[in-house]
Design a binder for this molecule. Structure first.
Ligand code: MLC
Ligand code: AMP
Length: 510
């Protein structure tokens, strides 16, 4: 019987010589392929020794480290479900995720152990480990006693590999369930599409500078390197100077648009620094044409922009080898991905018309964790997933995203759902109502602005509102400015006209 375990496929691509360097960290630590193999075996054995039920979730909120990546590999290897959590999430957010996912194991940093373990034990989680970014923590202490050999658990393509929480328009986060088959099909398609070089061709070296709790850093980057047996230069945080220092040793870089904007602000970004680079990939948010053109002029390289989602992994990409990479577009649907643009009436639109992007393919998730109604709403009757993105195709087949039908702000590559922030603000003393809108921002692309109406007779303070948000929610979600106004613009139905607010505040940070 074939094993469809994603880890087994990644492991099969490790080079024959396991002593070669697989990962070099920003501060010079070297990890061999053998280290990844043995480390993930030890952690997988530890997880299996805990007598966890089939499909147990392993929730992880830790700082970026190679060991954290190895824990991801170990979870796949042992056949459990990986549930990564943004390190910016605070206690109310973590309480929701743990309560909703009911993980059997929670791994957190030792600094957060006190409050995280309290939440976890209350929710019925029996195992809470710590893992820090200095190679310490109870997870590693326990794994050190386990065997470094492990046979990957037998998995079918539909078996769940990971749950990624993505916020919802109602303000409640939904866990997108991704299977081994979803992730492996995507990794295999991208291996060919982006022309990863075999070892005989000299191999590729990826600079990994993204966080590892979202699709981009966790799946696209890590699977990309591992399934090609390619080395990674592993940076725990994005630091433009460090990336530029490492460029001459690398061939591939992946980033959200903000990373490209910040790199362009560095005089050290030159053609010479990029002399060995083969491919710069951008995605997770719209890459401005200005950034695309400035990058081309400065480095001589044309950024390849691609488009994806938590629910689907990668959907489209500009060409790597054969064809033009067009700025402002996200390229073509990847092989095996069926993408269509439909009108609001559910009818297909002619080429060039703007409509709702819907997708189908082996990469598309099976549904939201324990939310069958929400899942049903997000799929069409004929099985296409409604992305919530609005776009068009041109006569050459290039796809352009022109907006979103979902009320979502993408800030520096992180998604912020206005409904969630508005819900929070509306509960604060003295607040009658609020509206949060996204406005252009030179660094983050887009940021939130909150517009608030006070209850009659009340005088809430905008700084106080900002401080409340900062103390209770992930920092990237907090609007960059808050205004108190006497009324919100409304249409004839009484609905707040967010487009009017966006127009009003558009020059704040542009
Ligand atoms: C940090 N801040 C942000 C922010 N990141 N605010 C809005 N949006 C963000 N993305 C806050 C900080 O908390 C701080 O608040 C202030 O803004 C200044 O922060 P900074 O020091 O400039 O931020 P930094 O730590 O350098 O982080 C910026 C960043 C980071 C761009 C490196 O946001 C990042 O790594 N983004 C990548 C996200 C990503 O990987 N997305 C992929 C999703 S997958 P204060 O109050 O302290 O001043 C996906 C699917 C797909 O979308 O297609 O890939
Ligand atoms: P997430 O839920 O974090 O996976 O975010 C997915 C969303 O990011 C998509 O639905 C798009 O709105 C957006 N996105 C991803 N890549 C691009 C891109 N290249 N251009 C524009 N938007 C993008």
């Amino acid at each position: 019987m074939n094993n469809h375990n994603l880890f087994a496929a990644l492991r099969a691509a490790f080079p024959a010589d396991l002593d070669e360097v697989a990962i070099e960290t920003g501060n010079g630590l070297l990890y061999s392929w053998r280290d990844l193999d043995h480390g993930s075996a030890m952690m997988a054995n530890l997880l299996q020794s805990l007598s966890l039920p089939e499909g147990a979730r392993i929730a992880v909120q830790v700082e970026k480290s190679v060991e954290a990546m190895v824990l991801y590999l170990a979870t796949l290897r042992a056949g459990f479900v990986f549930l990564p959590l943004n390190t910016a999430y605070q206690s109310a957010e973590i309480e929701y995720f743990i309560g909703n996912a009911e993980p059997a194991v929670v791994v957190c940093s030792s600094a957060n152990f006190g409050w995280v373990s309290k939440i976890a034990f209350k929710a019925g989680t029996q195992n809470v480990f710590t893992l820090d970014d200095d190679r310490s923590g109870s997870l590693l202490d326990r794994a050190a006693h386990c065997s470094d050999r492990h046979e990957a658990a037998l998995k079918q393509p539909d078996d769940m590999a990971a749950i990624l929480y993505t916020s919802g328009t109602t303000g409640r986060s939904k866990g997108a369930m991704l299977s081994h088959g979803n992730l492996l099909s995507n990794a295999r398609v991208l291996k060919d599409y982006w022309g990863w070089r075999t070892r005989a061709e000299g191999g590729d070296v990826l600079i990994h500078a993204l966080p590892i709790f979202h699709v981009h850093g966790l799946f696209v980057a890590i699977h990309g390197a591992l399934i090609n047996g390619s080395k990674m230069i592993w940076l725990s945080k994005f630091d433009p100077k460090k990336v530029i220092e490492k460029l001459p040793e690398a061939t591939v870089f992946m980033g959200v648009p903000t990373l490209y904007v910040r790199l362009l602000a560095e005089p050290g970004l030159t053609r010479d620094a990029c002399r060995n680079m083969r491919l710069f990939i951008a995605g997770s948010a719209p890459l401005l044409l200005d950034t695309f053109l400035e990058w081309q002029a400065r480095t001589g390289h044309t950024i390849l922009e691609r488009y994806g989602m938590s629910e689907t992994a990668m959907l489209t990409s500009n060409p790597c080898q054969n064809g033009e990479r067009r700025g402002g577009t996200v390229g073509f649907a990847l092989p095996g991905v069926h993408l269509r643009v439909q009108g609001d009436d559910g009818q297909p639109l002619p080429v060039g018309d703007i409509g709702n992007i819907q997708v189908q393919g082996p990469n598309v998730f099976s549904g939201y964790w324990r939310m069958p109604e929400k899942t049903a709403e997000e799929f069409t009757a004929d099985g296409y997933f409604k992305t919530g993105d609005v776009g068009k195709t041109d006569t050459d087949g290039y796809i352009t995203i022109v907006g979103r039908s979902k009320d979502l702000i993408i800030s520096g590559g992180y998604n912020v759902y206005p409904a969630e922030i508005e819900g929070f603000i509306n509960e604060l003393p003295g607040v009658a109502e609020s509206a949060v809108v996204g406005v252009p921002h030179a660094d983050f692309g887009e940021v939130g602005v909150a517009v608030v109406i006070a209850k009659p007779g009340a005088t809430p303070d905008s700084l106080q509102i900002m401080a409340e948000m900062k103390s209770k929610m992930a920092n990237f979600k907090v609007p960059k400015q808050c205004f108190l106004v006497s009324e919100l613009p409304r249409n004839a139905m009484g609905k707040v006209q967010k487009n009017v607010l966006r127009e009003q505040y558009k020059a704040l940070f542009a």
